[in-house]
Design a protein around this ligand. Structure first.
Ligand code: SAH
Ligand code: SF4
Ligand code: F3S
Length: 444
């Protein structure tokens, strides 16, 4: 029997692409395996955004050699995604036990590449770009009630540190009607939440002259009747008043925005080619909060970009403090070959970056804890995602503000009864990274 397993690294776009790879493989007669040992085909969908992810992936793929030398030489190992796109044939040279390398633009080739490898022809095939969206391929969704819906692919922003434009190609928007039709179909299937995806999601339509832009798309998607809409990732420079108005007036748009700021110092923001200032960012946040009181905000921050001084870093701390993010994803700068920042020479010593990073992480934890404490006492309609990973008698749920809540499964009930339903949950306790809650009256 042909069984497959997919290991996914990186961002939500990769999660979406993995669902399409699974759909493709199943439409070619493969079934899902639970572990590498059971699988005939092992796929890695990879991320190149930081060295750590890159290295870890190379390490894991390298260690799979043992499966082949340990008596299962016919297992096919396929590496796709952003590292596949970047390294192409080079990967076959570095890791001779890899059978297939494919890129971000040719997911549809996966079954035929596997077939060729099974017939004894290991292949690397990577395209420079394509007009097709992976959303046209069959899918196996991780959760039946949630769907990723790419609305743009690629990125034209060329932030100085970032490899994404090189591995995902230029920004392209999907046809408006196709997106709306896809979401209508998802509603008919009973999907409760969509996440509209793009590297720079809120610049949707910029490449389609005279076509509707992002805010209009949000309204059209809401019009399909989908209960919940989220979107990621927004760029501060493209956050329009129209989008803020949509967030304020469309009830199915969840009151949560991920708005990566990356840095708090104008000098570093300019060096990063982010094309806004800290003042611009504050202005957008003030406007958002005025329009959508209580909106939850998260961000991405890079520490240790070349040339970052102590004063620059203090500007980041000050910005994070002033905005009071509900959550932040923090990263130590990682030089990526081929990006403009990789050639900057004023590098920050690792120990300095680490010390700054630790201070920032502590602030982020305090802010997240404070945000969670403010949520205690609320009753929110939460989407139950299923049993928590740690304890089968505890459900994981998401509040509209995207906070994670752990809720005990009622006695005599099964967790699976609740998975994929929206229930009123009373928030009873706060921890730094999650909340605890209970079913409020009205729950089924
Ligand atoms: N398009 C999205 C996601 C980009 S990757 C966006 O613009 O937000 C996710 C995050 O990784 C980025 O927001 C950035 O904070 C971080 N990142 C990207 N390149 C990096 C690098 N070279 N070193 C460290 N962090 C990086
Ligand atoms: Fe990378 Fe910047 Fe594009 Fe995000 S907006 S993907 S950080 S280049
Ligand atoms: Fe990583 Fe590629 Fe996403 S580099 S962050 S998986 S677009």
């Amino acid at each position: 029997m042909n069984r497959y397993i997919i290991h996914t690294f990186g961002c939500q776009m990769n999660k979406h692409d993995s669902e399409r790879m699974a759909g493709l493989l199943e439409s070619h007669g493969y079934t899902a395996a639970r572990s590498d040992d059971e699988a005939d085909v092992i796929v890695f969908n990879t991320c190149a955004v930081r060295e750590t992810a890159d290295d870890r992936m190379y390490g894991q793929v390298a260690s799979l050699k043992a499966i082949k030398t340990g008596g299962r030489p016919d297992v096919i190992i396929a590496v796709g995604g952003c590292v596949g796109q970047r390294d192409g044939e080079e990967m076959l040279r570095r890791l001779p036990h890899v059978d297939v390398v494919f890129g971000t633009h040719n997911i549809a080739d996966l079954p035929s590449l596997i077939e060729a490898a099974a017939a004894g022809r290991p292949t690397a095939r990577v395209l420079d770009g394509t007009e097709a969206f992976a959303s046209d391929l069959p899918t196996v969704r991780e959760h039946p009630w949630h769907a990723w819906v790419p609305i743009t692919v690629g990125c034209d922003n060329h932030c100085a540190y970032c490899i994404v434009p090189a591995v995902r190609g230029p920004e392209r928007s999907r046809v408006f009607e196709d997106i709306v039709a896809e979401v209508s179909g998802l509603v008919a299937e009973g999907v409760l939440e969509v996440t509209l995806l793009g590297q720079n999601v809120n610049s949707y339509g910029r490449d389609r002259y005279g076509q509707p832009r992002f805010a209009e798309l949000l309204r059209a998607v809401a019009h399909t009747g989908i209960p919940r809409i989220r979107f990621a990732t927004s760029h501060p420079k493209d956050l329009s008043d129209d989008t803020i108005d949509a967030l304020a007036s469309v009830p199915s748009l969840m009151p949560y925005l991920h708005l990566p700021v990356q840095h708090g110092s104008n000098a570093i923001l300019a060096a990063m080619n982010r094309r806004y200032t800290r003042e611009n960012y504050f202005e957008r946040i003030d406007r958002l909060r005025g329009a959508v009181p209580g909106i939850a905000l998260s961000t991405d921050i890079i520490v240790g970009f070349p040339g970052e001084t102590d004063e620059d870093f203090e500007q980041t701390m000050g910005l994070v403090n002033r905005v009071g993010f509900d959550h932040a994803f923090t990263f130590i700068y990682s030089p990526r070959e081929g990006t403009p920042a990789a050639s900057l020479t004023e590098t920050v010593p690792r120990e300095v970056s680490q010390m700054r990073f630790d201070r920032l992480a502590e602030l982020v934890r305090d802010l997240s804890f404070a945000s969670n404490r403010r949520a205690v006492g609320r009753v929110d309609q939460c989407l139950i995602e299923g049993a928590s990973r740690r304890d089968p008698r505890v459900l994981s749920a998401r509040t509209p503000h995207n906070r994670l809540v752990h809720v005990p499964v009622p006695v005599d009930r099964s967790a699976s009864l609740y998975a994929g339903s929206i229930q009123p949950i009373r928030i009873t306790g706060a921890h730094p990274w999650f909340l605890t809650g209970e079913f409020a009256s009205g729950a089924v």
